[in-house]
Design a protein around this ligand. Structure first.
Ligand code: SAH
Length: 385
């Protein structure tokens, strides 16, 4: 793609997924930097946004809803913004192209196997969603067929036909979601083919991705994000590090070789289970994970008289909260590396950390994880005053 090229998508207005599609990529990066300057400039210099060389087709997790038109045509697509109407759509500038192709093949198979399609209003029908996850470095591919029932007529032949067309698929999972919900995945996974998960690597470490696992959707930039975060931590190998809001442990595991000890804290039980497994896969011995509220965990550490040298914090978009931030200042690490996907909450939290918290901002580096959208990820390095 040429840097000044403008793109056009017939459904972008209704889908609302890529607010900056009309903007050349260079301009998007400038716009994002300006926005970050406005929000965060008073805390320190905002560096240039780390952009992508190839900013298209970066999403390695692709979800499509399956619908049926009045005339019986079966199609896949995305939900219209703020609605539950499925807009027919076969490809997307943001999505991995092979994943989109596989989804189209599955739609054809749904037709030829005469499977029924879920209707949200009536609650009847079998197939709800198709999800495809592609390993960036490994090329392993997982297909997840979300259905309302565990009964999948002709599943063996369906799998065979799909694998014949796309032998690159390494695993196929049926996920059962019979609830009236906006969540795509239900709780139950039935492995139809392969191991039931794929593997991928970031920063030289291997990670297991199950259907339910949280894993950043833009793997190429995740590597840039983690590398940037680890650089800002200035690790020498002697530090005790906390990876707060650690998810499946990716940041802590990527940093473990440069630290003496890492503690990951995460609220979600499944994520903690994945994190423990990921540490095992990489034979990392100096990392431990706790399933707890990150704030409460750090208060308990501080009260027990324990210390930490560096805290990585990567909270959800809603940001952190005052209880957590107070607990960090109680623990008083030398450095905090704040990784944020919500610049507004980041600004709010920086106000506290640089005020009452007693920290100063050393560097602010935005990373473009979500090219062609208005979202911006940011890494901030702070040190104790
Ligand atoms: N650092 C990870 C995940 C970041 S997403 C990565 O890069 O992949 C944010 C994570 O914070 C989610 O996994 C969510 O479950 C977790 N979380 C949310 N509130 C929390 C809390 N109060 N304490 C600990 N973890 C929390």
């Amino acid at each position: 793609m040429k840097k000044e090229q403008k793109l056009y998508c017939p459904i972008s207005d209704k889908c609302g997924g890529c607010q900056y599609l009309h903007m050349p990529y260079e301009e998007q990066l400038n716009v994002k930097q300006e926005q970050m300057k406005k929000l965060l400039g008073k805390y320190g210099k905002v560096e240039a946004v780390e952009g992508m060389e190839q900013p298209l087709y970066y999403r390695h997790k692709v979800t499509a809803a399956v619908g049926r038109k009045k005339d019986g045509t079966i199609y896949s697509g995305v939900y219209e913004e703020k609605s539950h109407r499925i807009l027919p759509n076969k490809s997307c500038y943001l999505e991995n192209q092979l994943a989109d192709e596989i989804i189209q093949e599955i739609v054809r198979l749904i037709k030829s196997f005469k499977l029924t399609v879920y209707n949200e209003k009536s609650g009847f029908g079998l197939v709800r969603h198709i999800m495809v996850r592609v390993g960036y470095h490994t090329g392993q591919i997982m297909v997840i067929l979300v259905m309302t029932s565990n009964i999948f007529p002709g599943s063996k032949n369906f799998v065979k036909a799909l694998r014949e067309k796309y032998p690159q698929i390494t695993t196929i999972v049926q996920n059962v979601n019979d609830k009236d919900t906006t969540f795509v995945l239900g709780e139950r996974d039935i492995i139809l083919y392969g191991k039931g998960y794929i593997e991928d690597s970031i920063c030289g470490k291997n990670f297991k991705i199950s259907p339910q696992s949280f894993y950043q959707v833009n793997p190429a930039q995740t590597e840039v994000l983690y590398r940037t975060a680890i650089e800002l931590a200035h690790l020498s190998g002697k530090e005790k590090v906390i990876d707060a809001y650690c998810g499946t442990g990716t940041i802590g595991i990527a940093a473990s070789g440069k630290a003496s000890e890492v503690i990951g804290v995460e609220l979600n039980q499944n994520a903690v289970r994945d994190a423990i497994q990921n540490a095992k896969i990489n034979q990392i011995k100096n990392i431990r994970f706790y399933k707890e509220d990150a704030g409460r965990f750090m208060v308990a550490m501080a009260e027990a008289g324990e210390k930490a040298d560096v805290v990585f914090m990567d909270p959800p978009r809603s940001g952190s909260d005052e209880a957590f931030l107070k607990s960090v200042t109680k623990l008083a690490p030398k450095r905090i590396v704040y990784i944020s996907c919500g610049p507004d909450t980041l600004a709010r939290d920086l106000k506290f950390l640089t005020g009452k918290g007693g920290y100063q901002v050393e560097k602010i580096i935005p990373v473009d994880m979500f090219c062609f959208t208005a979202h911006c990820e940011c890494v901030v390095g702070l040190s104790r005053k």
